[in-house]
Ligand binder design. Sequence first.
Ligand SMILES: [Zn+2]
Length: 185
Amino acid sequence: MTATHVNGVTVVADEPAPSPISRPGVTVTFEQIRHLLLADGAEVYGCRHCTYTSPNINSIRPHLKAHKPKKPKAAVAKAPKSPAGAVTAPPNRPKLAARRKAPQGPAKDAKVLASLSLGELVERAQLTEQMRTQRDQARSAAEQARRRADDWKERADDYRARFEGMKGRAEEAERRLGQVRALVQ
Ligand SMILES: [Zn+2]
């Protein structure tokens, strides 16, 4: 599951990370990448499946491969592993890999990011602003809860003091009653 702490700092907000392909009015988010806000104001990205986090969203994408079932083709490609393997890699392999990755690889993302309009950049900034607001709300809620707890503790101390006083008076009354009974008998 997604990290709830990063280096001991509590995660105060957790939402799907916005994708750079978001458009004004249409927020596209990554399914497996979380945008996390920490109690100290830092923002990091996290894996949806485990506690892996990184300040760089681009580090999460390659990490997600760890959660994918390995494809048989990848296993076959790895199989001819020999000391000379790296040098004598099949000449068609890089070409094939490039062709496979092209439609949805990081290169395309970089292109999309570079093509962001001013409006889109503003929208991204607003998303971050939204998270700051959430963080501030979480902080103020925590502060209120702490004050309420302090208040309760104060009242509890007060009740305890009063109870001790009542107990003292009751004991005193009991003692006097005992004296009276002794005299009567
Ligand atoms: Zn993970």
